[in-house]
Design a binder for this molecule. Structure first.
Ligand SMILES: *Cc1c(COP(=O)(O)O)cnc(C)c1O
Length: 307
């Protein structure tokens, strides 16, 4: 069973915050579990329980070569005594990158498929072929978002968080945002920062919220202009910001999700988006495991361990 460390909100001090008359705390989900850190802990928790209670022995899931979800699933499965199979988009490049190396060392079986094949991952025939190949498994979708994941992400906010006026989080598939949306209070605004390029995200989140019958009590706003070129894309400004954040606060961000979300929030503070008196909670959704792979892929240095 996945057991969490106590999650804490860290209060942040900075001249900009004083100047703008706002307060900022960071919910350190990056510290929630030694390995399954961040939002993936919450997304996997009830899926693991379900897999065990239904008598499955194997988890199967999908992801890109640097996926936090793949790394987290490999750990969580091992901890629960389940086998894990990762269907990985792209070629099997040796030596494995740090994410896949880690997943494999935890016993995950890596099965590489072409990008073209990977696109069929939600099709029935593709999944039948996987069952024929691997036998029985409990399927966790790419990125981990399903009903049970959203049940888990509804546990991210706790009563002590009702005092915040704004809650900011990164968006990938939106499963985390959906869980937060289900639990915010009437006086709270939830702000999601898309890591992906495109205005499609507004419709996608709308559909997700309708599909899971979530009726947010507070307001929901999504920003789609902080993607830095698209998913897993970056610009020097983002890297500089991640270093600034580390030097000022000792907190490591990743360039895929949390760096973009924190950058967006900081930009919004600078541009007076938040009224004086606002109390902001930034959700640090984790993702730090990916920094090693990012450094290897790009040759760009990043912080890797919070102070
Ligand atoms: C997966 C991930 C996200 C995105 O979560 P969704 O529920 O898919 O929107 C955000 N931050 C980090 C660090 C992640 O690993």
């Amino acid at each position: 069973m996945l057991t969490p460390n106590e999650v804490m909100n860290q209060a942040i001090q900075h001249r900009l915050l004083r100047e703008k008359g706002v307060t900022l705390s960071i919910k350190r989900l990056d510290l929630v579990h030694p390995q399954v850190s961040g939002n993936k802990f919450f997304k996997l928790k009830y899926n693991i329980e379900e897999a065990l209670s239904k008598g499955h022995q194997t988890l199967l899931t999908f992801g890109g070569a640097y996926s936090n979800h793949i790394a987290a699933t490999a750990f969580a499965a091992q901890e629960a005594g389940l086998k894990a199979i990762g269907i990985i988009r792209g070629e099997n490049i040796q030596p494995l990158n740090p994410t896949l190396e880690l997943a494999q060392s935890l016993g995950m079986i890596l099965h590489f498929v072409s990008r073209e094949e990977y696109r069929k991952k939600t099709e029935e025939q593709f999944q039948l072929d996987l069952s024929r190949k691997f036998g029985d498994f409990y399927l966790v979708p790419e990125g981990g978002t399903n009903q049970l994941a959203i049940k888990g992400t509804q546990e991210i906010l706790t009563p002590e968080d009702y005092s915040f006026s704004q809650i900011v989080t990164a968006i990938g598939t939106g499963g985390t945002l959906a869980g937060l949306a289900a639990t915010i209070k009437k006086h709270q605004s939830l702000i999601g920062i898309s890591s992906l390029k495109g205005t499609f995200i507004h419709q996608e989140i709308q559909s997700l919220i309708e599909f899971y019958k979530i009726e947010p009590k507070g307001s929901l706003t999504i920003f789609d202009q902080y993607h830095f070129g698209g998913y897993a894309k970056y610009k020097p400004g983002l890297i500089d910001f991640i270093w600034m954040f580390y030097q000022e606060f000792g907190i490591v961000l990743d360039p895929i999700y949390t760096g973009k979300a924190a950058f967006a929030m900081w930009d919004l503070i600078q541009n007076n988006y938040f009224q004086k008196g606002s109390s902001i909670l930034l959700i640090h959704t984790g993702g730090i495991q990916g920094n090693l792979g990012f450094m290897e892929r790009t040759g760009i240095n990043l912080p890797i361990l919070s102070k």
